[in-house]
Design a protein around this ligand. Sequence first.
Ligand code: PEP
Ligand code: MN
Length: 280
Amino acid sequence: MQNLLAKKGNQLLVSRENQQEDTIIEVKGCTIGGNEIAVIAGPCAVEKEDILREIGFKVRAFGATMLRAGAFKPRTSPYTFQGLGEKGLQILAQVGEDLNMPIITEVMDTEDISLVGDYADILQVGARNMHNFSLLRKLGRTNKPVVLKRGIAATIEEWLLAAEYILAEGNSAVILCERGIRTSEPWTRNTLDLSAVALAKELSHLPVLVDPSHGTGVRSLVKPMAKAGITAGADGLMIEVHSNPEKAWSDGEQSLTPNDFRTLMHELRPVANACGRRMK
Ligand code: PEP
Ligand code: MN
């Protein structure tokens, strides 16, 4: 197939033309990209330390390779829980250290980059910020890997060019994350675009994650879409897990229980193997 990015006339840093082999990102002995499937799991937000510790302990035991949780939350309404801020970062870093798991958390604002970077192993750019070019540029000047979530209405080209902003500033440790796009469908929160995963893998050497939690917004759909994501060629998953989803401070309706997560990890293994990949 014709390389769509090549149509731009110049060779982009994100493109397969520029780099044939897959980019593999290593953080504290864990990899994203390459043969092993990365599994990033944890609650939507940092709440209380004991809750995060319980969730982290369980997801690690069941096969998660990295711990996620937001301290700065991009919420639709300014009147809902916005995250614990620095206190949340401290809790996340402490739990990550105790469990010996790399941590990933969102940075929403250019002015928070150095603060979040002091705690996090991987910085997340949320879907709503995919087009925040000053944020992307500044992250390109850091030495931390960046997970770049696809914007809710972004084309694949816009997503890859957003990644290009980071690479162009010198940071080549970018991980793409498909988290669903907005469509006319009202019964799911978003529509997980799996062809975007396969196409991003074709056009770019960067690792690609699938987030079936935000990608569907529906707990029962997370498991099948996680499997579908791996089948589509994703290098890993980002999954929201909460020990008590009904009581979660955000995104409980799409969070798996630790037991659901264990079942998913169990069922994922043969799927990954059938795709020539391996699970930790
Ligand atoms: C999240 O990961 O909790 C999140 C807010 O993701 P997104 O930016 O994809 O909505
Ligand atoms: Mn969430």
